[in-house]
Design a protein around this ligand. Structure first.
Ligand SMILES: [Zn+2]
Ligand SMILES: [Zn+2]
Length: 295
């Protein structure tokens, strides 16, 4: 039998759900897609043990998050035939260790700038005297780096100033990444438009989380509005993001304890089928890079 507190797990107080705000206007009109090298996405690994994504167009490459040690980042890049010296910048979502573990070492060793919000810079301890090349980014302010346009947008998560991104490559192809996000917001979902690749958190299966070994307080944190997105929430939020050009949906930041790749893939696959969306599905792993995804 469930304790009284557990009953509120799936039925939070209505006050926790303010009326949704209207979706914000587009930040900028996406550039028309031009001929050129493909946009390639190399997920080096994903989950609470570390997250990092190489985004590539031709010989231009950036890294989103650096949640493995510098050495491990280089090892995983080698598996995808990426020279770490070719990374032009590291862009951070937030300061949690599974996103920042290797940023200090990587940025120093390969002399690359780190793009981060002020809150993330502070939270990650990227002090100016050590990281003179830290570039501050802000939600709602697009910034160009290595030919990519990065559009950060604030997301709800228990970090100082966490963001998701839309990254537009020099040919106009667009990747959206939203993870470590407690719930769908009109801001984030409004920004994730006209995407070719969507990297979406499917952190947990609600039943596995509820029945799993986490202490109750941690279960509440994970499932809360500043925690992580469940398979079900991701599936419910997906139809809005299925633009006509969406080619890949990448399931990201799966919990080893509270999720199974097959459960996440089933939930998202059903949502794609229901909407008749032909986008392909890729499930990321913690221990191995995902083979290159290309559009
Ligand atoms: Zn994380
Ligand atoms: Zn986090």
């Amino acid at each position: 039998m469930e304790a009284a507190g557990q009953q509120s797990f799936f039925a939070p107080a209505p006050l926790e759900f303010p009326a949704p705000e209207p979706a914000p206007p587009p930040l900028r009109v996406p550039a028309p897609v031009q001929a050129g090298p493909p946009l390639r996405v190399g997920i080096l690994g994903s989950g609470s043990g570390g997250n990092a994504v190489v985004v590539e167009s031709g010989d231009r490459r950036i890294l989103i998050d650096a949640g493995f040690s510098c050495r491990e980042l280089a090892r995983r890049m080698a598996l995808l035939d990426v020279d770490p010296k070719s990374i032009a910048a590291v862009v951070l979502t937030h300061e949690h260790q599974d996103h920042c573990r290797g940023v200090d070492g990587f940025a120093k060793r390969y002399k690359v700038p780190v793009l981060a919000t002020a809150g993330t810079r502070e939270g990650a301890g990227l002090r100016e005297d050590r990281f003179r090349s830290t570039v501050l980014i802000r939600s709602g302010e697009p910034r160009e780096v290595a030919g990519f346009v990065i559009e950060p947008f604030l997301i709800p998560h228990d970090a100082a100033e966490p963001v998701g991104f839309v990254v537009e490559d020099p040919c106009g192809r667009r990747l959206g990444l939203v993870a470590d996000v407690g719930c769908r917001t009109s801001l984030a979902w409004g920004r994730l438009r006209d995407l070719d690749v969507l990297v979406l958190e499917t952190n947990h299966d609600l039943d596995m989380l509820r029945n799993g070994p986490y202490p109750w307080s941690l279960k509440q944190r994970v499932a809360g509005r500043h925690g992580h997105l469940s398979n079900r929430e991701a599936a419910e939020g997906l139809p809005e993001l299925m633009g006509g050009r969406l080619s890949w949906v990448v399931l990201y930041h799966l919990s080893r304890t509270n999720n199974l790749p097959a459960l996440a893939a089933a939930a998202i696959g059903e949502a794609l089928d229901r909407e008749g969306c032909p986008a392909r599905l890729a499930v990321t792993e913690q221990d191995h890079p995902t083979p290159w995804l290309e559009v």
